[in-house]
Design a protein around this ligand. Structure first.
Ligand code: SDX
Length: 427
């Protein structure tokens, strides 16, 4: 909907009028699609001021620290909902009725097993491979099992792919962990919750019964909710870009996993825990803050800062509460939590962080919880990827529903002008 105009005067051209489009929430956008025909492109590396698409799934207000999934605030969802109910809301846009939810849950539960041949795929990896490398490889390989029967232009085929991915990611994720330990893979159990089943596949062994701790089960489910979706972040944009060519959804999700792995994105939770371990004691904090502010030092405070949030990441607030609950339940006193709390306190009063509006993000506390649950830091981003799979699928589906247009950005070229070629090599 455009009821306002923006005027751009391009060099040597008359003024160009562009529509200003208004959403239901958030910034207006200038529709620049016709600008190319006037001989100029816009330039925005990292897309700091560029809307790549229209979406109805998630809204973030970075200044106010607001995160809505289909209009529902994240703190209410984390407190009153479950990951599977949030998944339904993200995928279908509305809350499920009890019957709709029962059908959804049953379908997800009944697709958790993976093709037995895929277990052999793992044996191509070294045991000490990073679990994200294994997850990326195995997820991409699922495209080989679900390709011929999948027409991405068929909404029902897309829904089946969504169920397969939502159902199988916990199984594959837990297998990545078991493989790294040299322990046997554990089959899913249909009588357990989504989060409980994941903990079962991660920690049970053939030697003794594993009983899911309900507090840890709830904490894991909440962690999955907090990581489910986050608008057009780097990995979601990667999935949209990969999917814009009509690519197989399993291959697109593998591309999203690759993007999420980076320490600037989903890899920050693993990097944050490593940083806290490196800091180790409160008295070491000033030196790390000095390094974080030093332009000549590549070190950054992992778990701090965000492209969009210039206020508290609302997920970090819920994550911190969960952190205290889990440590209390486990009767654990974690020195790293003490370091994290002190680091947060000092950074939030430091002019460098205040001026740049750098606050703790979702990754700041998640690592401490996961470590307390007995999960190694190498598995932190695997769990992030498992949770974000539903968000990636929701955006991939929305792109198809809206009619896909291949993503093909332009560039500012600063290379050689035309020059003739003669080889320097002896003929
Ligand atoms: C996630 O996009 C999403 O929604 C992502 C995510 C999701 O759910 O999908 O929310 C998940 O990725 C959370 C972010 C996790 N990453 C980290 O915690 C890594 C540490 N954070 C930084 O790398 C950084 O804050 C980013 C990458 C998150 C954001 O970087 P931007 O928006 O590109 O900002 P910038 O690099 O331009 O920084 C602006 C200024 C710079 O200083 P000046 O040049 O202005 O002097 O802030 C400084 C930066 O040096 N800065 C930091 C800092 N983050 C930014 N300085 C020290 N420590 C930091 N963490």
């Amino acid at each position: 909907m455009a009821d306002k105009k923006a005027t751009v005067t391009c060099p040597g051209e008359t003024a160009v009028e562009l529509d200003v489009l208004k959403g239901t929430l958030g910034q207006d956008v200038i529709d620049i699609r016709s600008l190319g025909s006037h001989g100029v492109f816009t330039f925005d590396p990292g897309f700091t001021s560029t809307a790549s698409c229209e979406s109805k799934i998630t809204f973030i207000d970075g200044d106010e620290g607001i995160l809505l999934h289909r209009g529902f605030p994240i703190d209410q969802l984390a407190t009153h909902s479950s990951y599977l109910e949030v998944s339904y809301i993200l995928l279908y846009g509305e809350k499920p009725t009890p019957q709709e939810f029962e059908e959804f849950k049953t379908t997800v539960t009944r697709h958790t097993m993976i093709h037995e041949q895929i277990t052999r795929l793992f044996h191509g990896f070294r045991r000490d491979s990073h679990p994200m490398a294994v997850l990326c490889g195995v997820t991409g390989a699922l495209a080989a099992f679900y390709h011929d029967s999948l027409d991405v232009n068929n909404p029902r085929h897309r829904e089946i792919a969504a169920f397969r991915l939502l159902s199988k990611m916990p199984t594959v994720a837990a297998m990545c962990y078991k493989y790294s330990l040299g322990q046997p893979f554990v089959y899913p159990r249909n009588n357990l919750s989504y989060a409980g089943n994941f903990l079962h596949m991660m920690f049970s062994t053939p030697c003794e019964e594993y009983v899911v701790n309900p507090v840890l089960e709830r904490a894991m489910d909440r962690i999955l909710i907090l990581h489910a979706d986050h608008e057009q972040n780097a990995s979601t944009s990667t999935v949209r870009t990969a999917g814009s060519s009509g690519a197989n959804p399993f291959a697109c999700i593998a591309a999203g996993i690759a993007s999420l792995w980076g320490p600037a994105h989903g890899g920050a939770n693993e990097a944050c825990l490593k940083m806290l371990e490196e800091i180790n004691r409160k008295e070491h904090i000033p030196e790390f803050l000095r390094r974080a502010k030093d332009k000549n030092d590549s070190f950054r405070l992992m778990g701090f800062g965000h492209r969009v949030y210039k206020n508290y990441d609302p997920r970090a607030t819920v994550m911190r509460e969960t952190c205290h609950e889990v440590l209390k339940e486990l009767g654990m006193k974690d020195d790293l939590l003490e370091v994290a709390m002190e680091l947060e306190h000092i950074a939030l009063h430091d002019p460098y962080f205040i001026e740049r509006k750098l606050y703790p993000n979702v990754d700041f506390y998640s690592g401490i919880i996961l470590k307390a649950m007995g999960i190694p830091s190498s598995m932190f981003t695997v769990i992030f990827a498992m949770a974000r799979t539903v968000g990636w699928i929701a955006h991939w589906n929305e792109m198809h529903d809206d009619g896909i247009k291949i993503a093909r950005p332009r560039q500012l070229y600063t290379g050689y002008t035309r020059r003739d070629f003669t080889s320097n090599l002896d003929k």
